[in-house]
Design a protein around this ligand. Sequence first.
Ligand code: ZN
Length: 79
Amino acid sequence: MKRIIALVFVLVLALSLVACGGKFTCDECGKEKSGSPKKAEFMGETANLCSECYAEFEELMGELGDLEDQLGDLEGLLG
Ligand SMILES: [Zn+2]
């Protein structure tokens, strides 16, 4: 009985390792990467990105945020 429990435990452990240590293809650069992808949400769509593309994505989002702030300031001046 103990053996079965040990076996099940090992199986679950192996499966969870595969789940978070698997491979994925980056939606942005199309390269196959190991590990788990970073989820990036944009315009209601979710993309699986590698860490490099995610860093670029975050940078872009930061710039868009700045732009929105500037537009908000402009609207404040005009309105
Ligand atoms: Zn990528």
